[in-house]
Write a protein that binds this ligand. Structure first.
Ligand code: 13P
Ligand code: SF4
Length: 333
């Protein structure tokens, strides 16, 4: 069994961004998860927005694209996806012969929820000459109605792969869509969806923060509205933001995305100062947290492995059509 380091000081195991709880109880839970994982030959995939304690028991930590690729590659009979519903569904679409578990089946996403399948079908049917590009943050049904999927890592590349004379429908994130439109210069019709976390970053508080730390570089996820991106020194997916703080010579960064990424960033560049971009709402961490991502806990991870549920089950016809759109993205590399 893989042994975890002993929790000598509070937070050593669970990380500064993890939930408050007794370190010994967290440690025992983590040991139990590692044991279950080994006995069941399961693999745990975790998104960067998961809390530090969950990232510590994961086999792969990454952005949406890297996790989709890891889900496709694994031959483990059980995949436990620590993220939100559309991510676990994506893993199931790519790897249908595996049992796909999600710690909390109600962990949704405001972007995926903004595009109910029937409304989306009407939108697509109203524009039959358009190529339908859907951001991976959508349901399997929406993926099944799409020509190609993209993530925030490859959205520009995916749109550039479409012949220039083809108009494009882009869903469901209007801010990512507008960003891609600005970079590629393509004609795109945008679905009116947003990520409730990234639109909650306060531009006024951000400007005050920039005034306080004039040397700081602002790095932002493209799900942020254009007034935030206009202030940014670097725009990119979660993994691109992480790479940037490692590569860049700057010492101080304001990070405009979900605060879970700070767990990984602080471990990668402990000597640099990382400041979460402030949210409009005054919450406990004064930062941006995705309530859906944070529905997952170590206890739910343990229960899911133990009981082998909740399990993602998909209609095979939907899965096959969604798979075709996902494959087109993955074949672009
Ligand atoms: P990436 O990890 O692809 O950057 O996506 C961020 C996100 O919002 C996932 O829900
Ligand atoms: Fe959805 Fe936004 Fe949460 Fe990502 S951060 S899962 S896009 S609500």
């Amino acid at each position: 069994m893989t042994m975890l380091p002993q929790p000598t000081v509070s937070r050593t195991l669970i990380g500064a961004d993890g939930p408050p709880s007794s370190p010994l109880a967290q440690h025992a839970l983590a040991e139990e998860i590692l044991d279950l994982k080994r006995r069941k030959n399961a693999v745990i995939l975790a998104h960067y927005y998961q809390t530090g304690d969950i990232q510590q028991v994961a086999d792969h930590i990454g952005d949406s694209l890297a996790l989709a690729q890891a889900a496709e590659r694994t031959d483990a009979p059980i995949i436990l996806f620590c993220g939100v519903h559309f991510m676990a569904e994506t893993a199931k679409i790519l790897n249908p012969q595996r049992k796909l578990l999600l710690p909390d089946m109600t962990a949704g996403c405001s972007l995926a929820d903004s595009a109910p399948p029937e409304k989306f079908r009407a939108f697509v049917n109203a524009h039959p000459d358009h190529v339908v590009v859907s951001y991976i943050n959508c349901s399997a049904e929406v993926k099944a109605m799409s020509d190609i999927i993209c993530t925030s890592s490859n959205a520009v590349r995916v749109v550039n792969s479409i012949p220039v004379d083809h108009p494009i429908l882009f869903a469901p994130d209007k801010h990512l869509g507008a960003y891609v439109q600005r970079v590629t210069g393509r004609r795109m019709l945008l679905w009116d969806g947003t990520c409730e976390v990234h639109v909650n970053i306060s531009i006024d508080k951000l400007k005050l923060l920039k005034g306080k730390y004039p040397e700081a570089k602002l790095i932002a996820h493209p799900e942020c509205p254009s007034h935030i991106l206009a202030e940014a020194d670097h725009v990119g997916s979660t993994s691109s933001l992480l790479d940037f703080v490692k590569r860049d010579t700057g010492k101080t960064f304001i990070v405009a995305t979900e605060a879970g990424i700070l767990y990984n960033m602080r471990a990668a560049v402990p000597h640099k100062t990382l400041i979460p971009a402030p949210a409009y709402a005054d919450n406990e961490c004064a930062c941006s947290e995705c309530p859906y991502m944070k529905q997952n806990t170590l206890a739910k991870v343990r229960d899911a492995l133990l009981l082998e549920q909740p399990e993602i089950v998909l209609d095979e016809e939907v899965r096959l059509r969604a798979h075709r759109a996902l494959r087109r993205m993955l074949e672009l590399g």
